[in-house]
Design a protein around this ligand. Structure first.
Ligand code: SF4
Length: 502
């Protein structure tokens, strides 16, 4: 049991040390090269835990596949299984409980060349991370999930997990569990995984074989390994000795062919099916995603020559970050205005910009705000308590947000809706009336406001805002939006000088 646990120095001095199958020195030599420096050993795992066998079997698969260490990534969450990457000398990431799959998904999307393993216990994979597991299967993202199912939360105190059999005892089920367990392999098969296999910690060579097949499958692969946690599960369920528990796993593992040909009543109580349970290759998520990118590029190419890049003069340096809030109500286009503002600052003025938004549950009429932070340096925090520039297009927004205007800051209000202004220095313009009566479309009030803001504050240049407005304009509305933007500029320039910001 546990051939790669323990101090490797002891391995050097113990030529007779064998694994569960009787293999000796060769096994150790092929796995040791993938272990982190010896100071990380011995492992935290209890003597006799199946995790040592499983770890050894996985690295032998990597070895037999000839994968370069630098091209392999191991991601894990919390729990005994989650400790595995600590010992492995690959790229590794140890994340919070249940979040290994989302982290691995990001890694795979960012670098599709990596072979990404996600090692999880049953609680990590199917309780805290259960939603991630089924959606990764549905997407068929090319990850290799190794789910070590020992029927319990081992490290955190022996609580029952979603796979604890009915009647089995746990620290949180002292009289036996009453919840039907998940069948992990059936769950991920139903959710869309394209390769699913199950075996046990006893069948070490099968683990290696299935892990290799999982890596070769271009899509979401799951290898469920039934393992022994004699310390927290076995001790409460009359299987305290690791050998007894691993023998129990061996005796209750029924090969798929036999499983399919026997009636449920003929199988021993607690039996489970092992083997390749599902294999149906289909295009993986990254491949489909790249096809979408290709289609989008081709569609752009078909629409003709892209417009010439807009030349925007370099803006003046910015010593401090500038905070901008565009506020009003849902339906006034303030979220889009914030996105346009951020795009103008970043894409065209060459600064950094971070945009966040918040709106009420109502599709129309609820409170809505869009904040943009602009700076010459990367923005480490995208929120602000006080604002240098603020647009309020409703009285409610003005009442709520104007107190957060910095002293000396610029406030633009829509005079149709804001009749009581908390500060004398506000610039009031009939933005909505200009959009409705001059431009001819009330929905362009947000663009009228952007035109006005380009005059009232130098945070973003007029040329940059104009270019970003046109980027966002739906097909066939460039003229309308240009008109709205120009009317905003005209209105702001026409303000009495006393109402203009300093
Ligand atoms: S608590 Fe259980 S799963 Fe964790 S190391 Fe010990 S035997 Fe293994």
């Amino acid at each position: 049991m546990g051939p790669v646990t323990g101090n490797p120095k002891q391995h050097d001095d113990a030529p007779g040390l064998t694994d569960a199958l009787g293999n000796t020195a060769d096994v150790l030599a092929s796995t040791r090269q993938y272990l982190r420096p010896f100071k990380k050993l011995p492992t935290v795992w209890c003597p006799g835990c199946g995790l040592g066998i499983i770890q050894g079997a996985i690295v032998r698969a990597v070895d037999e596949l000839g994968l370069e260490k630098d091209n392999v990534m191991f991601v894990a969450g919390i729990g005994c299984t989650g400790r595995m990457p600590t010992y492995l000398d690959f790229n590794t990431l140890h994340v919070t409980h249940g979040r290994a799959i989302p982290a691995a998904t990001g890694i795979k999307l960012a670098n599709p060349e990596l072979t990404v393993f996600v090692v999880m216990g049953d609680g990590d994979a199917t309780a805290i991370g259960g939603n991630h597991l089924i959606h990764a299967a549905r997407r068929n993202i090319d990850l290799n999930a190794i789910v070590v199912n020992n029927y319990i939360y081992g490290m955190t105190g022996g609580q029952y997990s979603p796979t604890t059999p009915v009647g089995s005892k746990a620290s949180t089920a002292p009289y036996g569990g009453i919840e039907p367990p998940f069948d992990v392999s059936r769950l991920v098969t139903a959710a869309g995984a394209s390769y699913v296999a199950r075996t046990t910690a006893y069948h070490a060579t099968k683990i290696t074989q299935y892990v290799k097949e999982a890596v070769q499958n271009p899509g979401f692969s799951v290898v469920e390994v039934m393992s022994n946690c004699h310390t927290t599960y076995g001790r409460r369920n009359k299987l305290r000795n690791p050998i007894d528990l691993i023998r129990w796993l061996k005796d209750h593992a029924v090969e798929k062919k036999k499983w399919d040909s026997t009636e449920p009543a003929e199988r021993p109580e607690g039996a489970f099916c092992v083997g390749v349970l599902h294999s149906e290759p289909r295009p993986d998520y990254v491949t489909l995603y790249n096809q979408i990118i290709e289609r989008a590029r081709n569609a752009e190419a078909e629409t003709g020559t892209p417009p010439a890049p807009v030349e925007v003069p370099k803006p003046a340096p910015m010593a401090e970050p500038v905070a901008v809030r565009l506020s009003g109500s849902g339906g006034q286009g303030l979220i889009l205005a914030g996105v346009i503002y951020g795009r103008a600052a970043s894409v065209y003025d060459g600064r950094f910009a971070a945009q966040t938004q918040s709106y009420g549950p109502e599709a129309r009429g609820g409170a809505s705000k869009s904040d943009v932070i602009v700076h010459d340096r990367p923005i480490v925090y995208p929120e602000a308590d006080e604002f240098d520039l603020m647009l309020c297009m409703t009285q409610e927004a003005c009442n709520r947000y104007a107190p957060h205007l910095k002293p000396g800051g610029t406030l633009l209000v829509d005079s149709l809706y804001v009749t009581e202004c908390p500060t004398e220095g506000a610039c009031a313009l009939p933005l909505t009336e200009i959009a409705r009566n001059v431009v001819g479309r009330q929905v362009t009030a947000n663009v009228v406001a952007l035109g006005a803001l380009s005059v009232l504050s130098p945070v973003v240049s007029e040329a940059a805002l104009r270019a970003a407005v046109l980027d966002a304009a739906p097909k066939g509305t460039a003229e309308l939006n240009t008109s709205a933007f120009n009317e905003g500029i005209k209105a702001a320039r026409g303000l009495e000088s006393g109402r203009r910001p300093r």
